[in-house]
Ligand binder design. Sequence first.
Ligand SMILES: Nc1nc2c(c(=O)[nH]1)N[C@H]1C(S)=C(S)[C@@H](COP(=O)(O)O)O[C@H]1N2
Ligand SMILES: [Mo]
Length: 438
Amino acid sequence: MTERPARYGFPARLWRGLGRHPAPGVDRLHRWRSPLRGPWLTSVFGFALLIGLPIVILTGLLSYIAYGPQFGQALPVAVGWLKLPTFDWPTRPVWLYRVSQGLHVGLGLVLIPVILAKLWSVIPRLFAWPPSRSIAQVLERLSIAMLVGGILFEIATGVLYIQYDYIFGFSFFPAHYYGAWVFIGGFLMHITLKIPRMVKGLRSMSLRNVLHTSRADTRPEQPDPDELVAAHPASPTMSRRGVLSLVGGGVVLTALITAGQTIGGVARHLPLMLPTGDTTGKGPNDFRINKTAMGVGVDPGSTGDRWRLTLRGGRTPVVLTRDELTAMAQHSARLPIACVQGWSTVQSWSGVRLAELAALAGVPEPRSALVSSLGQKGYFNRVTLQANQIGHPDAMLALRVNDANLSLDHGYPARIIVPALPGVHNTKWVTSIDFKAR
Ligand SMILES: Nc1nc2c(c(=O)[nH]1)N[C@H]1C(S)=C(S)[C@@H](COP(=O)(O)O)O[C@H]1N2
Ligand SMILES: [Mo]
């Protein structure tokens, strides 16, 4: 049997058939007639995303590694062949996680207006009909489905998660992790195919000229092979510089709203800085509380005089009262808490060095430590710390913050504070630490 050329075969019949039966709404495509659509505008948005999105991707993957997948405490726990090379997350510089996670969430948020503008600029193409005419086009469509579906899914899950209004029936962490890989796959295919066209598109007009062109003088771009330029463009209702300022304004506004979460103090209370349902403490303890003692099921009765800290790892467990801890050498340091949700806060902590507690427990050179909390609910009441996180001279079991006792919601009687550690691993209401020897 000989191979028949595609134009006579089943694929050709299928595509002709599809062409005769457009999907509902496809005939309305000609209504998308903005004269601003074209290779230049799409390339400008594409260029901004080409710079920004790799940073969001890399810092996202780094955050997964920072959680310590080697201890089975990164979520999702088992990721099959999507397993990343793991390494001991550094403790220096102390602001490492603050910056990397701040970039992941902050940049991810401020790019949303650019992503929406980019989608708007190509929207007629997303609904092109028939969807594909060749194997190459099928692959291109697939990459676009992964790219667009992936980014919208990551935005939806990410934004809802940081706003405490995570409405989905599935868990955030696996969804955001696997969604990221779908998006990364689409993104890599897409930039491989489109970078040459982006370069050509950027060269087709000068930004200077665009910024000096009023609405009245705005003309459609030259018809292009990708058919981004409308066949029958309408007259402009806005100039290209107007679109750029609109999107730029959206970026600045998002940046302002987002930064307020981290700047703290007065900024956190400005009406512009969207409230996210978080609570804060009073006086020296007036900084953001993510999970309250009640929220994670800490029994207040167990945090009073009856509270003891148990250190294990040596021959016999060492049990300490809070007074015994405060009688030990106190260490102070200004260190950040940097939450996976992007906000962070720097406070002055004081307490007992973890290295000193390890020595007291009889494990002077611990390989790791399992920290347990009085908390009953949630994923993070037991956390493993690495050797470098125990040994850093500023790593401590904090008893006080800003010269006052920790408030109950900030972890009283004692909490972990370790440089560059993801916020959630700074365990509050610590009840025991198991040091494991080398
Ligand atoms: N036991 C326990 N510790 C915890 C948490 C928790 O849910 N349970 N939340 C963590 C999270 S998500 C963060 S970001 C920090 C926040 O500390 P703060 O509430 O004192 O600002 O504490 C961490 N410590
Ligand atoms: Mo957090």
